[in-house]
Design a protein around this ligand. Structure first.
Ligand SMILES: Cc1cc2nc3c(=O)[nH]c(=O)nc-3n(C[C@H](O)[C@H](O)[C@H](O)COP(=O)(O)OP(=O)(O)OC[C@H]3O[C@@H](n4cnc5c(N)ncnc54)[C@H](O)[C@@H]3O)c2cc1C
Length: 428
């Protein structure tokens, strides 16, 4: 029977961040990963906001395999037959410390796992954890490949469909309402073609989000990020909504229709699909978070529910990195007392409350409810699309005054609906 100081389950960003931090403190840590190698099972849109986690890992980022620094933002509201787009760029996005980068997880997680090993952490790939070991009700290790591995603390970083927090009684079984499904393709394109199509320079990248008819009015949206020599293109849709609305079709069909849109097809034209993956995303926000610790166990990353979709940003990776880091620091604190009960490990929650992680989740606690307003994904994209159509139209006969066109679309009842919806939007 093996005994470690800490067993981390899952070599995603949460697990690797925890192991990197623990190994840096001289704590004996093993990471158990079911995939063939770290990154092999991980799907993400691939935009990492570095600012919140830059200082947690000093010296780490210099050699990181970032794809491109994001210097152009874009968003498109898609109606059935038209769309409305805006772009944003600013000098703050073009500094020597860019706020966000595109990454590819198959490269990035592998690179981070090598940094863990350099510090003396152990990574065991192809190792599926199937259960927890308990001593008198407290977690004392895991069962992996039929073997019992013991540790003072287990850190569950086993992702969104996490098994361990449920087994430890820290999380109730998932409700469809709290999850979305994401489909993502990585499409190879020449570097120069990407620079030209997205109007970016060497090493610079663009990020673009899409909402509206692409999800047939259901809660969700699309994303497109430029990598060094590829694009990450994806679509996310609420699991509860898509299960209810048969007419919308299934997620792969929505994704194919998205790719065929005239706004998207020219951007991916000539590209070759290198990767295709589907994955679940936690979207329940603050109210759906797991309990963060128990006797001998901590929960971090998606496993705890740390992903936040604000519509214009989709964030999970830096919450994974930060929660992994703080879980490790909590173990370091508990080790000083030699006790690893929930009471000692609860310092993890304090660390998260003092950090951007729980502050963000608290600030945006109403976001999942407010954003589930179907008007945002059907009615408004159509309204804005139709308004734009009429403003830009030059008919064969005389053109209506602009005010008449505005009045045609922005009727009193329409304005009233907008006020009611806007009042809700003030809560996010
Ligand atoms: C389509 C999509 C787009 C997204 N876009 C973005 C984005 O642009 N930006 C952003 O910040 N976030 C994004 N997210 C969210 C982000 O990817 C996640 O929040 C983040 O990857 C969570 O990291 P993690 O380490 O907690 O979990 P994961 O990366 O899922 O890692 C969990 C690991 O645990 C392993 N594992 C699971 N069960 C076991 C077991 N029983 N035994 C052993 N190993 C196990 C898995 O193989 C995996 O390697 C997106 C997610 C999706 C699905």
């Amino acid at each position: 029977m093996e005994k470690f100081d800490v067993i981390v389950v899952g070599a995603g960003l949460a697990g690797l961040a925890a192991a990197y931090t623990l190994a840096g403190e001289g704590i004996e840590v093993v990471v158990l990963e079911r995939g063939d190698y770290p990154g092999s099972k991980n799907v993400s849109g691939g935009r990492l906001y570095l600012n919140p986690v830059r200082d947690l890992f000093p010296g780490l980022w210099d050699g990181a395999p970032f794809e491109r620094a994001i210097v152009r933002e874009g968003a498109t509201l898609m109606a059935r037959n038209r769309s409305f787009t805006f772009h944003y760029t600013g000098s703050e996005l073009r500094t020597d410390k860019p706020q966000s980068y595109s990454i590819l997880r198959s490269k990035f997680d592998r690179w981070l796992s090598e940094r863990v090993e350099e510090r003396g952490g152990m990574i065991l790939a192809k190792t599926l954890v199937t259960d927890l070991v308990r001593d008198n009700g407290r977690v004392a290790g895991v069962i992996a490949g039929g073997d019992e591995l013991r540790a003072d603390v287990v850190i569950a970083c086993d992702g969104v469909l996490s098994l361990l927090p449920e087994k430890a009684g820290l999380r109730a079984p998932g409700r469809p309402h709290d999850f979305a499904v994401g489909i993502k393709e990585v499409i190879r394109l020449d570097r120069q073609v990407i620079d030209d199509r997205f109007n970016v320079g060497d090493g610079e990248g663009a990020a673009h989000l899409f909402a509206g008819d692409i999800t047939k009015g259901l809660f969700g949206g699309g994303f497109l990020y430029t990598n060094d020599e590829s694009l990450s293109l994806g679509l996310v849709v609420s699991i509860e909504d898509i299960a209810k609305e048969e007419a919308a079709g299934d997620a792969p069909a929505l994704f194919e229709a998205f790719k065929a849109r005239p706004e998207i097809e020219p951007l991916i034209r000539g590209g070759e699909t290198m990767e295709y993956g589907a994955h679940v995303i936690p979207e329940g926000g603050y109210r759906a978070l797991a309990r963060l610790c128990g006797d001998g166990i901590l929960v971090a990353g998606d496993s705890a529910g740390f992903a936040l979709n604000l519509g214009f940003t989709v964030r999970g990776m830096e919450y994974a990195l930060a929660s992994g880091y703080h879980a490790a620091k909590a173990v370091v604190e508990a080790k000083k007392t030699g006790r690893f009960d929930a009471a000692e490990l609860d310092v993890y929650r304090t660390f998260l409350e003092d950090s951007f992680v729980l502050k963000d989740f608290h600030t945006f606690k109403d976001t999942p409810r407010v954003l589930s307003n179907p008007h945002l994904f059907g009615h408004y994209p159509e309204l804005i699309g139709n308004l734009m159509r009429d403003l830009y139209a030059v008919p064969a006969g005389p053109k209506s005054p602009v005010f008449t066109t505005l009045r045609k679309h922005l009727t009193l009842s329409e304005l009233w609906t907008m006020i009611v919806d806007a009042k809700e939007l003030t809560k996010i």
